[in-house]
Design a protein around this ligand. Structure first.
Ligand code: NPG
Length: 371
């Protein structure tokens, strides 16, 4: 039997529009990969790529093309036996960038490898499976009343940490109103998705009065000096997301004092092995991390939950229950427990059985490649 890679673009309707400073999604386009080795074992992975290069330089068609044209040919010589992540990382060593494409392929191969070995993701990461405190990320609504009703609903659902999306013109007032309405004890943070410039530092300084956990990615991703300048004020802690695409980026931002906190999105940094390395460096440097999210399906959510069990993930991640995103998913539903926590599945690999009928139903494009 040969090795096959199936790449599918899914269209998953969101239960509620998700608007950030970068735009609005009502249907999440998701690129998923399934890797089936010669022994018939299949591994799954999901990309954070968007249809356009919106948050990250890579995007869905670009990732597909990189996988097909660049990465897969590098693996061709090893087609006779099950691929390992070690062999894959060696083969990709000279590929200079493209973390989303590399991460997608590596994670699918890793999942197949772990399923074959009967090893759950948490064991591979040398962590312990346990409930993880999670948070909810609240998109920008049409008005303040809608924001208040959304936040109230999420708190009722059991979320214990809230992240508000902000942008110029939607910052001080919504933060102030949510703080007033829900009290000083609510862990509250904001995410600007690069919407401000260094000239806005005086405005952003006014957020300090609201006791925020952090402000995430206020400036463009290459504006490390501006982030360092904001962080040097020792006001609201500064968190970087889009600026960190690699371990080198993480080390640079820490050395520059540009990040008090790092959001680790495994897909954005080239997969879970890189994510673990970044976690380790942050832990060694006393920089707290949280696990970021991109409205994942069950596939991405399961793996992210496993990652978030590592000890440096001291802040609740952007990993919500399935119902916060989708009425129907391609795998099992994740539900908050009474403490506002989620737990990674216990099975081998990412630990979820993907529902192939549901995958088929949401698929709008698919390509099957043979190694
Ligand atoms: O709960 O998965 C979630 C959403 C968390 O806000 C979130 N993600 O800027 O971090 C982000 C944002 C995002 C969503 C980024 C989709 C890129 C794509």
């Amino acid at each position: 039997m040969s090795t096959t890679l199936e790449l599918r673009r899914l269209e998953m309707p969101l239960v509620r529009p998700f608007r950030t400073s970068k735009g609005e999604e009502t249907v999440r386009q998701v690129l998923v990969a399934s890797w089936t080795g010669p022994d018939g074992v299949t591994g799954w992975a999901e990309s954070a790529a968007d249809p356009e290069p919106t948050y990250f330089p890579e995007y869905i068609d670009g990732v597909r093309s990189t996988v097909e044209q660049v990465l897969l040919p590098l693996l061709a010589s090893a087609s006779g036996e099950p691929m390992t992540t070690g062999a894959l990382r060696t083969a990709f060593a000279e590929v200079p960038g493209n973390p989303l494409a590399r991460g997608l392929l590596e994670t699918a191969v890793l999942d197949a490898e772990l399923r074959r070995r009967g090893m759950p993701f948490v064991d591979f990461l040398c962590s312990t499976r346990r409930p993880i405190r999670v948070g909810v990320s609240v998109g920008i609504p049409g008005d303040i009343d809608t924001l208040l009703s959304w936040v109230a609903g999420y708190l009722e659902d059991g979320y214990r940490r809230v992240k508000l999306k902000i942008q110029p013109g939607w910052d001080l007032e919504p933060v102030h109103t949510v703080r007033e309405a829900f009290g000083d004890d609510l862990p509250l943070q904001v995410d600007a998705n690069q919407a401000y410039t260094a000239a806005d530092i005086p405005l952003l300084s006014r957020l300090d009065g609201f006791g925020l956990v952090l402000i995430e990615q206020p400036f463009a991703r290459h504006e490390l000096l501006a982030h360092a300048k904001l962080a040097a004020r020792h006001g609201t802690p500064v968190c970087l997301d889009e600026s960190v695409l690699s371990l080198d980026d993480a080390m640079t931002t820490i050395r520059m004092g540009a990040a008090d906190v790092i959001n680790i999105k495994p897909s954005r940094v080239g997969g879970y092995i890189n994510a673990r390395q970044i976690h380790d460096v942050c832990l060694a440097n006393g920089v707290p991390v949280f696990c970021g999210g991109t409205l994942e399906t069950a596939v991405g959510r399961a793996a992210n939950l496993a990652l978030a069990t590592l000890p440096g993930f001291t802040l609740p991640g952007d990993i919500s229950a399935t119902s916060r995103y989708y009425a129907a998913d391609i795998g099992p539903s994740f539900e908050l427990d009474a403490d506002g926590c989620l737990t990674a599945p216990s099975g081998p690999g990412i630990g979820v059985e993907v529902d192939l009928d549901d995958v088929e139903e949401f698929t709008v494009e698919s390509t099957t490649l043979t190694l």
